[in-house]
Design a protein around this ligand. Structure first.
Ligand code: CO
Ligand code: CO
Ligand code: CO
Length: 306
């Protein structure tokens, strides 16, 4: 696919009908519970294959573990979490590699397959497309609240499950629709990933803030100042491409720049089929799927949030 497009996975054509997708992702713990951390890391690593319209097949563990300071049982739980998530996704764990390190890190490299003519990238969106987001926003803000000991047990559980949720159903459904582009929402936040989608496209985007699915209570936590540094960096990097209508308050703006962990898919689909796609997603368990905006002729490379 080339490196200049900032897609998260590489695609290599093997035959006329088979292409290999390769991707790798790992990070330091984002939740306290090692079993859930393992699940989230796996869901996150698999997501880049789903976002390209592919089917993940095999995976390998990457482990950095502080053997001297941490009990091995913690590592076993992390690996079990990853393994159980792979099983749910019908992906085979085929190996891995571990090193001793001062800081714990876990992730996976994933290989998947796709038909070469059906590869989805984060480019190729078309004027008139509808944009669909499949998971609610705010994991960065809620995780900041969790770290500060300020999040309720209910919201902590909800966000943990959200991050551990596979983008599989969404990916399997979208291939039946005229989808022109897709990506998953991760570290750059919603607006960062939207910006990436239109750079060099000659197109613009119109986003409806009130339609964007949000994690419950996220605006409250944002109002308490629990916005991670990454959100400000994302804003600094891309705000030249974004115009907010005065009705879009500062707190929701922060959520739109909030870096996500294992976020949802962002799908650009022909608008006449968007309603049907949302219906299918919702009836298949992707309950928060929602049309959040559209691809417009201009202003070029600008995102209007209203
Ligand atoms: Co990635
Ligand atoms: Co990605
Ligand atoms: Co090795």
């Amino acid at each position: 696919m080339g490196l200049d497009h900032a897609d998260d996975a590489a695609v290599y054509r093997i035959t006329e009908s088979i292409a290999l997708i390769q991707t790798v992702d790992f990070f330091t713990p984002i939740v306290d519970d090692p079993y859930w951390f393992g699940q989230i890391a796996a869901a996150n690593a698999l997501s880049d294959v789903y976002a390209m319209g592919g089917v993940p097949k095999t995976a390998m563990n990457l482990v950095a573990f502080p053997l001297k300071d941490m009990d091995m049982s913690i590592l076993r739980e992390i690996i079990q979490g990853g393994l159980d998530k792979l099983k749910e996704a019908e992906v085979v764990l085929v190996g891995g590699h571990s090193v001793e390190d001062r800081e714990l890190k876990y992730g996976l490299s994933v290989a998947g397959l796709v038909h070469p003519s059906r590869v989805l990238t984060n480019r190729d969106l078309e004027e008139g497309d509808a944009l669909i987001l499949t998971k609610p926003l705010g994991t960065g803000i809620i995780n900041t609240a969790i770290k500060g000991g300020l999040a309720s047990p209910e919201i902590t559980t909800a966000v943990t499950e959200l991050m551990a949720g596979l983008n599989r159903a969404a990916a399997e459904i979208m291939v039946d629709f005229p989808v022109h582009a897709c990506t998953d929402v991760t570290g750059f936040g919603l607006l960062g990933h939207l910006a990436e989608m239109i750079v060099g496209s000659g197109l613009g985007l119109q986003i409806h803030a009130e339609r964007i699915p949000l994690i419950e209570e996220v605006l409250t936590y944002a109002g308490m100042g629990l916005v991670p540094g990454g959100a400000y960096k994302n804003r600094e990097f891309r705000e030249c491409m974004v115009r907010f209508k005065p009705t879009v308050g500062r707190l929701i703006q922060d959520v739109l720049f909030d870096p996500q962990t294992s976020g949802g898919l962002l799908i650009s689909v022909a608008s006449d089929r968007a309603g049907e796609l949302v219906e299918r997603l919702r009836s298949s368990g992707v309950k928060t799927a929602q049309v959040i905006g559209s691809v417009v002729a201009g202003p070029e490379e600008k995102i209007l949030v209203e």
